[in-house]
Design a protein around this ligand. Structure first.
Ligand SMILES: O=C(CO)[C@@H](O)[C@H](O)COP(=O)(O)O
Ligand SMILES: [Fe+2]
Length: 218
């Protein structure tokens, strides 16, 4: 399967988001990092921003909710125009209910794991998930360094998905750059989130094209 890319707007220029969206029109998704200052030590934006940007892109909006008890806001983020909503396993006692709520709204559901969270908690969720978002940095900030032991975690999850024939993609998020991309793709990542490696560059379109080339040819 061809590797897909989800540029994270967290590293974009917030004063020019409309233009920034256009620069990555050749990507597969747009990744929105929603942070509440409680679940993670940073605050970004809510559904109003997603709604405002929705008419300016045809790409699927991949919304990563780094918020406590995300079930409180799932409907709002879906209505704002998210095509995929991902909640953190660690952010609610009722993660299966949250996933069910997302699916009942007719959009795709993802579950994210922090670097220290083992894969075991996914066991009874995987049949219902469209994607697992493996965090390869501690969530909260862009521009951090990839945690090397996550490569093993991606390989283990890819094996579980393959053995059980689950229809679930693996998305990997944090610290992915041109130098480590191929290793992460080879481990089993289907979707690559990249913030600083794309929007932190002078020419985001060229940076995305170069990442695609590396994912395909090494
Ligand atoms: O969810 C997060 C951070 O919590 C990410 O989506 C980052 O925005 C990725 O940024 P880079 O590590 O690629 O700069
Ligand atoms: Fe993210």
């Amino acid at each position: 399967m061809k590797t897909e890319f989800a540029p994270s707007l967290l590293s974009a220029d917030f004063s020019q988001l409309k233009e920034e969206l256009k620069s990555v029109k050749d990507s597969d998704y747009l990744h929105f990092d929603v942070m509440d200052g409680v679940y993670v030590p940073n605050i970004t934006f809510g559904p109003a921003l997603i709604k405002a940007l929705r008419p300016h892109s045809d790409l699927p909006f991949d919304t990563h909710l780094m918020i406590t008890k995300p079930e409180r806001y799932i409907e709002e983020f879906a209505e704002a125009g998210s095509d995929i909503l991902t909640v953190h396993l660690e952010a609610t006692e009722h993660v299966h209910r949250a996933i069910q709520m997302i699916k009942d709204l007719g959009i795709k559901a993802g579950c994210s794991l922090n670097p220290a969270t083992p894969l075991e908690g996914l066991k009874y969720l995987l049949p219902d998930l469209d994607q697992v978002l493996i965090m390869s940095v501690n969530p909260g900030f862009g521009g951090q360094k990839y945690i090397p032991q996550i490569t093993e975690k991606i390989k283990s999850l890819a094996k579980i998905i393959k053995e059980n024939n689950y229809d679930c993609k693996i998305e990997v998020d944090g610290g992915i750059k041109t130098h480590n991309l191929k290793k992460i793709v080879d481990a089993g990542a289907d979707i690559i989130v990249a913030g600083s490696a794309i929007f932190g560059q002078k020419d985001p379109a060229a940076a995305l094209a170069e990442m695609r080339r590396i994912a395909e040819n090494g």
